[in-house]
Structures are given as C-alpha cells and as structure tokens.
Design a binder for this molecule. Structure first.
Ligand code: HAM
Length: 421
C-alpha cells in the first residue's frame, strides 16, 4: 500500500495575508478612497513590476531595509533581483528614464504591494499594499501642502474626524543645520538620522548615538537643540498653506526624522490620536536629490506612502470599518432541476441590464438556498420553479425586510436599482 503523504500546510507564509472576501472588501474600500482622492487632486495612476534591480535600493534607501529587510534572489542570468520594499526608487527610475517627455510637474499615484522581511507584529507585516502619491517637479511649499492635504483628505473621506489623527511635521534642514553647528561629518549624518528615527522604538538609542558620534557632548547638544527647535519660518508657512486648504491638525514635531536617506526637506508622519493605536499611519516627505541619482538632472519631488495594514487598524480603532456587502445583488433559487435552464437564461437577461446575479447550483431545498443567500448577505432572491416558468412573473424577495413584489422579467432590474438606491 502506498505510504500516505503528509498533509500540505494550509497556513499562509509568515507575515503575509490571505484575503477572504470580507478582507478583500475592506482592501477594495481603502483602494477606492485612495484612488478617488488622488484623482480629485489631479493624480494619474501608474504601475510597475514587483521585481526590481536590487541595486537601485543600495545607494539611497535605508540601510535597515537594504541589509535586513529586503527579499532578494539571484536570477538564472546571475542578476540580483529584489521584491520591491518600497515604490519611491522605482518611481524615480521611471521618471528619470523619460524625464524629457513627461510634462512636469507630474502628479502620479500607485497602490503597489511591497515586501519587507520584518518581525510580524501589529501594524507591521511582510507584505502590505501601499498607496504612493508623489508630486515630481515642483519645489515650493504649495507642493508640500498638497501632498499632506491628500493624506488628510483620504482619512476624512473614510469618515475620520481631525481629532482622530494628527499630522506631525518636521524638516530635514533642521537636522542639517544642527549637524553643521555641532560638527557632524557628512558620512555620519545618514546613520545618525536613522538612529534618531528609531527613537520611540529603541530604548538604547542614546547609546547608539554615542557610538555613532564618538562624543557624548555632541549627543547632548544634538538632543537639546532638537528639543529647543519648536518650529521654523518654513514650517509656519506650510501651516498657513494647510489652513487655507482646510487642514488644521498639523503639529511641528522635531522627533519626526524618517528612516530613509533620500529625504532633503519637509518630512511628515500621520499618527492616530487614540492611545491604543500608536503607530504612524503613513509618512513621506521631500526628496529633491533622488532623481539625480539615476544620472539625469536633479528634479525636486515630494510624496508619501500609506499602508493598508495601518489604515485598517485606524478604521477599526475609530469604528469606521465599512459593513461587508457582496457585489452580488440577486440570487436565483431553483425549485427543481427542470427550472435550471430557464433560470440560467433569465440570469443572462438580467446581467445585460447590469444586475449582478448568481444562480444557486447547490441542488438543495429552496429554503436552504435562501438561507445560503442570506448568509452571504445577498440582498434579494427570486425562486424559480414551474409556476414562474409558466407565468413569466417572478417574486422578488428582499431578505432584510422580508418584503415581496411580483413582476415580469423586464421590470426586475428597475425594481432592484430603485430599492438598492
Ligand atoms: P514608509 O514610512 O517606509 O515610507 O512606509 C509608508 C507607510 O507604509 C507606513 O507609514 C505604513 O503605513 C506602511 N508600512 C511600511 N512598512 C510596513 C510594514 N512592514 N507592514 C505594514 N505597513 C507598512 C516609504 O516607504 C516611502 N517610500 C514613502 C514615500 C513615498 N516617500 C515619498 N514618497
């Protein structure tokens, strides 16, 4: 007798998710709001492959991502390939490739899935979907304000109140000025900035700073100067611009540094104000030198990334998750097999009128078929049997109210649309 094989595991790979229909529904809800708000601001959608040259992350991203979090492999031709850990280098590469043809400023958005080998925890997984909205070729404070207003607009469009979140803003130029003042060499600045970015999460961050700066008096001077910087003329101008646009929950917070090496100016992160969900919901900033790294001219750029995991946690925290409803509007329940061809034809007629309709193929009792439709949250059912086939009239039942109405086939679509609103 053949040896029975071990069962294959049904668990998904660690740190990634399966999206059952209820989860996919929430993901789609997020995407629809992200897309809608980006398009209201005049952004065009773009896309790219999950696979990228690993080298494009080496120079300018963040050492932590490149050394510890990147999924890489060598392909059969010996090239080093990465599953993209973020979208910004790909965007910069795409713009640099066609910088002469693309009319600037360009407003682009995309919702890619990105991969980071992180320790899975609340708000952090190994694959997430991340809206990226970027404005390329505009250097002014209005561009920075627009990017923040998009982030704000997306949360507002999903029902959030300005009290539910705050936009913490700082500026890399504050750090640069402090580094100049206390004498931090160019080569040390990026690692020091990354250590500062880990401040909230890393208890040993002061020791790490001492190790990087080799001088405890510099560590104290740096922290003191950061603490004393309450704002700058630029950030106050940004606040005024945002207020003109109806965004009133910006605060200046010099603890916001962001982990990526490519930021050069304004940086921001959006935080949930609820204590139970203290993670950054999204973040971004200005990166005026990244495009030049691809050999072309230097083009100013600003943008942000917003992940689906933290966005969903935010909606859950504030009771803003949408209630699941399937796209299917109507199920045809079948009394006996002989009625099936008739139901299949009726379903096609209704689809031509734009009704989303499923025919129940379970061959169970009609009562069970209706219970199934109800369990699936399909709003309407029609039972098809001998009587309906002969009369050409159908009883539409609303499963939530129990109301029924009997109509000929060519009036069904109209009735459904008026009841579904
Ligand atoms: P980031 O801060 O690394 O920025 O990611 C942006 C957002 O993506 C985070 O605030 C969070 O919502 C989400 N996110 C990041 N890592 C994870 C993870 N492991 N699991 C779940 N969600 C995550 C960037 O990636 C920049 N490239 C954004 C940008 C665009 N800057 C300018 N343009």
């Amino acid at each position: 007798m053949a040896k029975q094989r071990d069962k294959i595991s049904v668990d998904s790979y660690k740190g990634v998710r399966d999206f059952y229909p209820e989860d996919q529904f929430v993901l789609r809800y997020l995407f629809e709001h992200m897309e809608r708000i980006c398009e209201l601001f005049g952004y065009e959608e773009y896309g790219a492959s999950i696979l990228e040259h690993a080298e494009i992350y080496r120079e300018k991203t963040s050492e932590e991502i490149v050394n510890e979090q990147m999924y890489t492999f060598t392909d059969r031709g010996g090239r080093e390939v990465a599953l993209r850990p973020e979208m910004t280098p790909t965007l910069a590469r795409m713009i640099a490739l066609r910088s002469r043809e693309i009319p600037l400023p360009a407003r682009w958005y995309s919702i890619p899935n990105v991969f980071r080998y992180e320790r899975p925890q609340k708000g952090r997984l190994r694959e997430h979907w991340q809206l990226n909205a970027d404005l390329i070729g505009a250097a002014g404070v209005e561009a920075d304000a627009e990017i923040i207003a998009i982030a704000h607009g997306i949360l507002r469009s999903m029902g959030a109140d300005e009290r539910n979140f705050e936009i913490r803003v700082s500026d890399r130029r504050i750090l640069d000025a402090i580094y100049d003042e206390i004498g931090v060499e160019n080569g040390t600045r990026a690692p020091v900035t990354r250590i500062l970015d880990s401040r909230g999460k890393n208890k040993d961050f002061k020791d790490a700073l001492s190790a990087a700066l080799h001088d405890d008096s510099k560590v104290s001077a740096l922290l003191l100067m950061l603490e004393r910087t309450t704002s700058t003329a630029y950030l106050e101008e940004l606040r005024t611009q945002l207020e003109h646009m109806g965004v009133r929950n910006m605060i200046v917070d010099t603890n916001i540094t962001r982990g990526f090496d490519y930021y050069t100016g304004m940086v921001f992160e959006v935080y949930d104000t609820d204590e139970s969900n203290r993670r950054a919901l999204f973040g971004g900033g200005r990166y005026d030198n990244l495009l030049a790294a691809f050999g072309g001219e230097s083009i100013p750029a600003v943008g942000f990334g917003m992940g689906d995991v933290t966005a969903r946690d935010f909606l859950e925290t504030h009771n803003l998750l949408p209630e699941y409803s399937p796209a299917t509007e109507l199920m045809l329940c079948i009394v006996e097999r002989a009625a099936l061809p008739h139901a299949m034809r009726l379903a096609q007629e209704l689809r031509r009128e734009d009704v989303a309709v499923a025919v129940n193929l379970s061959e169970k009792r009609v009562g069970d078929q209706i219970r199934q439709a109800d369990k699936m949250k399909i709003p309407f059912v029609i039972t098809v049997g001998a009587q309906e086939r002969e009369s050409g009239r159908y009883t539409i039942k609303n499963l939530s109210s129990g109301a029924e109405i009997t109509l000929p086939a060519d009036r069904i679509a109209e009735h459904l649309f008026s009841s579904l609103g």
